[in-house]
Design a protein around this ligand. Structure first.
Ligand SMILES: N[C@@H](CCC[C@H](N)C(=O)O)C(=O)O
Length: 264
């Protein structure tokens, strides 16, 4: 089976994106994992099948690099929308609606290689609890996110510390993504994320970035919206929100890295 794919980067979070609107491809977990594996496969943090939806412009069928379906992926959603725009899923217009899991999302292409994704209201805010030596916080922004604040982000061993927190199933049933944050200004943060399903640090995480901005505002660590969040790739994501946190967006770069064909 030959599959045409587009490799995309959402602020450094990278994805294999496949047009599956005809329903031609049914990939096993092993095939997804092999395609996402770096060095021996294409290499990516996740794989997105863009599929037909009865009521939205498309459905985002997202898998983590481990081959299994993931929860909401913010950067993946932004890449999927840019992909949909590039292949002309809607002949005219920059606004898209897509389904992901049980939820409907709206987004717009805001410029060349730029997408703004409207997020769903967060749930399950939990503040100030101890996980080993870490003072942690938690919020679900479509994916579950633990958060810890640090003074010097460069010094953190994200792989070791993140992995230990990620697996605390008694606190986070199903596991959690783990974000380490440094507050750099009243409207700015830097973030590093250990991603569940990738089982490693990634160069950016969209739902983690939203979790970081919302939690930091709740805790008074940032005082305004939008919040500029610098991710590990060095790129910046913007998170805007109202006080009620029911009108939230994630905006930033989404670009094509290359196109190819893989034979499975
Ligand atoms: N990279 C993502 C998050 C993807 C889902 C996550 N790894 C999970 O299943 O927990 C993002 O940009 O939000």
């Amino acid at each position: 089976m030959k599959i045409d794919f587009t490799k995309m980067s959402g602020a450094g979070n990278d994805f294999i994106v496949i047009d599956n609107r005809q329903g031609l491809f049914s990939l096993t977990h092993e095939q997804v994992r092999a395609m996402c594996t770096r060095r021996t496969g294409i290499g990516a943090d996740g794989l997105i099948l863009v599929e037909a939806s009865g009521t939205a412009d498309f459905r985002m069928n997202y898998h983590n690099a481990d081959g299994f379906p993931g929860s909401m992926c913010g950067n993946g959603g932004r890449c999927a929308v840019y992909f949909a725009w590039l292949i002309g899923i809607r002949p005219a217009g920059l606004r898209y609606a897509f389904d992901a899991g049980p939820d409907r999302y709206e987004a717009e292409v805001t410029g060349e290689e730029a997408v703004k994704l409207h997020m769903r209201p967060p749930s399950d805010f939990r503040e100030r609890f101890q996980v080993g030596a870490w003072n942690c916080h938690f919020v679900n922004t479509g994916s579950p996110h633990a958060i810890a604040y640090v003074n010097d982000l460069d010094k953190i061993d994200v792989f070791t510390e993140g992995r230990a927190i990620r697996h605390r199933e008694e606190l986070f049933p199903g596991g959690a993504n783990v974000n380490f944050l440094e507050v750099t200004a009243p409207d700015a943060l830097s973030i590093r994320t250990f991603e569940r399903g990738v089982e490693d640090e990634t160069l950016a995480c969209g739902t983690g970035t939203v979790a970081a901005a919302l939690m930091s505002y709740r805790l008074g660590k940032v005082t305004t919206s939008p919040v500029r969040v610098t991710v590990r790739s060095g790129e910046t994501l913007m998170v805007g929100f109202n006080d009620a946190m029911d009108d939230i967006y994630l905006e930033g770069p989404a670009r094509v890295v290359y196109r190819g064909t893989i034979t499975l």
